[in-house]
Design a protein around this ligand. Structure first.
Ligand code: SF4
Length: 494
């Protein structure tokens, strides 16, 4: 990936009496760091009080030994964030937290809601707490809004019983979830239970694992379970709320399942050692490379990846084409992602800091360079130029997904439509822009076929404009989408 689309977020939930849950959550967040590098947070409870600690920075920067040892309890949730809505600020770091006479709730969100205007309005009309103005000022994140809705629902139920009945967070959550539109994988907790929920389309992943000593883990990706030594049990189903307490895991449906999982998780976002929808991500990317070699062959002496995410596809391309595979770049692993640089010239310097071509490997050769996607095109152009400077005879760029033509509204931070090069230029014009000798993309059918998962289980909107969850006109305008996108028909099953 040319560092031009940003990850969404990663979430964790742990219920493990007798264990150091803050430390387990910290380790799980460490495994999910690739999903968000802007802020990190953990909420823990000892059964009576929920305590939240969060800050801007990487997991290892936010938490130290002193902080972790102060977070005591037997249940926890955690979050790593890259902002998809809301400014980059402490107030938008998660978990979000609300407390009141009805109890406490903490919430961590991966995804993006598309009906926040409606949710703010209904909170205002109901005289919710916080007021819309305070909600807007306190935090611009949709997660804060959901936490406020759950807190209000819980308060209403307490008032309805004249303050006599204990108020279950579960009932309030089940009231609120059907009102949300968009992508969400939540981990949530009250004082003594952990919850996990996935939107009815299952856009973002969320899985359940079992710790060796009997505790339970919820995590965005299975790589977090592996790090904890937890056994994968199953994915949380789209439209399902799971609750974990001393009784174990119980499940409720709040909507029928209509699978439209983000295919981009398989192409780029998820870690290659994770398993999504029963398929290992590395193996899927390898197959994408094999299909790319069949669809778009090239005459060359070396197949090389753009590290790291292009590696499995480049290996698959090399295997299927019979062209030797080699590492043409050395990557400095200690440099932050290129998109952190605010200006184009700083971004270009950032790329040189991060990647250095291996002249001895590439000089005089015709190269096939495998990348997983092109977003704006500037990074790819820079890479082609670096390879030519290092002596490459020809540079043939192959992309292991189709051109991105539409923005994402479901939790991946992509540029507006007018900054997506795939929306503005033809493939040959893009080739000319990046100054490659040839350029080819994997077809939509090829990408979906490589997942070995039924095609109608996926959201492909950024490639196809078929948005499975309708996008309100104001959201479309905000991302400079001028044409009417298609709406995907999805198979619904209970
Ligand atoms: S629009 Fe693209 S990135 Fe967004 S959820 Fe759909 S497939 Fe994923």
């Amino acid at each position: 990936m040319s560092g031009e689309a940003r990850d969404a977020c990663g979430v964790v939930g742990i219920y493990a009496p007798g264990e150091d849950v803050a430390r387990l959550t910290y380790h799980a967040l460490y495994a999910l760091q690739h999903r968000g590098q802007e802020s990190a947070g953990i909420a823990v409870s000892d059964g009576g009080t929920v305590v939240v600690y969060k800050d801007l920075g990487l997991v290892a920067q936010v938490f130290d030994e002193t902080v972790l040892s102060s977070l005591r309890g037997h249940l926890a949730i955690g979050h790593v964030r890259y902002s998809t809505t809301g400014a980059s600020s402490w107030a938008n770091a998660q978990p979000s937290y609300k407390s009141g006479p009805a109890g406490q709730i903490a919430l961590a969100h991966n995804g993006n809601l598309v009906n926040t205007v409606e949710l703010k309005r209904s909170l205002a009309e109901a005289g919710g707490d916080p007021t819309p103005e305070r909600a807007r000022v306190a935090s611009s994140s949709d997660t804060e809004l959901v936490a406020a809705h759950i807190a209000r629902e819980r308060m209403n139920k307490l008032r309805g019983s004249n303050g006599h009945d204990p108020v279950s967070a579960k009932e309030a959550i089940l009231e609120v979830l059907p009102k949300l539109s968009g992508a969400f994988s939540f981990t949530m907790m009250d004082e003594d239970k952990v919850f996990g929920a996935r939107d009815p389309f299952g856009v973002r992943p969320l899985c359940i694992g079992r710790l060796p000593d009997g505790g339970w883990v919820l995590a965005s990706e299975t790589c977090a379970l592996d790090l904890l030594g937890a056994r994968f049990i199953r994915d949380v189903e789209p439209g399902e709320l799971v609750m974990i307490d001393e009784q174990g895991v119980t499940s409720e449906r709040f909507a029928p399942t209509t699978s439209a999982a983000c295919v981009f998780e398989h192409v780029y976002f998820a870690r290659p050692d994770s398993t999504l929808m029963g398929q290992n991500v590395y193996a899927t990317r390898y197959r994408m490379g094999q299909r790319l070699a069949e669809e778009a062959p090239a005459q060359a002496e070396l197949v090389m990846p753009l590290p790291d995410s292009g590696v499995p596809s480049a290996q698959g391309y090399a295997q299927a084409s019979g062209i030797p595979y080699g590492e043409g770049f050395v990557k400095n692993r200690y440099v932050g992602r290129t998109f952190i640089q605010p200006t184009q010239s700083m971004r270009q310097q950032g790329i040189r800091m991060k990647l250095n071509p291996l002249r001895e490997v590439i000089a005089g050769k015709r190269l096939v360079v495998i990348e997983d996607t092109i977003v704006r095109g500037n990074t790819t152009r820079q890479i082609v130029s670096m390879l030519r400077e290092a002596g490459a005879r020809e540079v043939h760029v192959r992309i292991s997904s189709p051109p991105i033509k539409w923005p994402c509204f479901y939790g991946i931070d992509m540029p507006d439509q007018d900054d997506l090069i795939g929306a503005q230029l033809s493939v040959d014009e893009i080739r000319a822009h990046i100054q490659a000798d040839s350029l080819a993309y994997l077809s939509l059918e090829g990408m979906l076929g490589a997942t070995e998962i039924p095609q109608d289980a996926f959201c492909t909107a950024c490639f196809s404009s078929r948005y499975p969850i309708p996008i309100p006109p104001i959201e479309l305008r905000n991302k400079h989408v001028l044409e009417e996108p298609q709406t995907q028909r999805s198979s619904t099953r209970r």
